[in-house]
Design a protein around this ligand. Sequence first.
Ligand code: SF4
Length: 409
Amino acid sequence: MLDPFGEEARRLVEEEFGGITELLTIIPSYVSEEEALERVSFDWDHVPRELLELEDIKDLLTFYALLGALAFSPYGIEMELVREANLRVYLERIKLSPSLEGLSVPLEKVKRNEIPPRDRAILEKTHHREISGGEKEKLRLAYRVHLSRFLSLWDGSLKEVYVRKGYAYVTRDQALELWKRSFERNFERAVNLLYEVRDELPNFYRKLYERLGEIARERFRERLEKFGRAEAGPLRFDLFPPCVKTALGGVPAGLRNYAITVLLTSFLSYARLCPNPPRRDVRVRDCVESLDVIEREILPVIIEAGNRCKPPLFEDQPHEIKNIWYHLGFGLTDKPTLEDSGNSPWYFPPNCSKIRANAPELCKPDRDCRNIKNPLTYYLRKLYLESRRENQGKGQDEGSEGSGVRGDE
Ligand code: SF4
């Protein structure tokens, strides 16, 4: 398979398997953990032939097995491992393929005489004798893509491309660059989609995720030793999603209980104590050894936000504090001990669809909300991007290389 997000793959997922959730349900019967892990365990400089020649269905099942595993931690080193390794596999296959048609980017071959000869002569340097045939081939505008699709993927300068009659004309290298962007975007979208159904996934994926973690720690060992891993840590208010920022600013009477008790309490507690819960029924005491962090860093923020509401929530409804502890999993109390955690469920942040249904005024999406299904993943994604940026900065300072796919196409 050339592209796991291309036309043929989409058709197979929808028509042959009945959708992505159904596909994930049957995968454990057809794919072993080892087979899925082969896709990330090879020497990244040499994609093995077995992976390049994998039969289409097997290719799809093993790739989606890895995506299913990532539903448990969408923005960690495991995601980076799966994305980078599979980018290499697919990129290598695409390079070996004579045609780029059928990819997730709708590339069309440019027909003869479609580009005026004068423009072609200038852009492709066809009359330059000093340029070798191979170099000229690299300059050839071989594909075109509709401008709207092109603009959604391209973040270089528009001066680098030839635009004519609603199409961007690109070289093969530029086409591959577009495909990489599209792959990364589809990859992130799929992982976010699966995050919503992770509690329903068979245990196979949890185990696969744990093994991915082992391989990722080994693969990125040097970097982790140097820069550490982004884990539970002080809250970064600047990276919060718009709905949480709105709740923090205080809201009117009709929204107070939902914004403060349901959204803010669950969001702040998971974001600070347990961003990637190991299982569904996790308790606070599984993640911390004392109530200090809750009492010093989480509760004051919730109470201040409650006080900013109009009218102030806890003045009006002092018993609501007990409800906060209830939502944190301590039962209905205002003097909990750590041992009480587990007396009620620790509520997980509601998905965006629930927030939009129950409190539409809270959801004012910004551009980072695109593809996001839960406010916690918004935050995890921003933390991930932030730490990547910081690591790249430090890496450059120290003259080291980043971990991205090398620009070798
Ligand atoms: S899309 Fe989701 S994360 Fe973004 S503001 Fe709406 S509810 Fe919050």
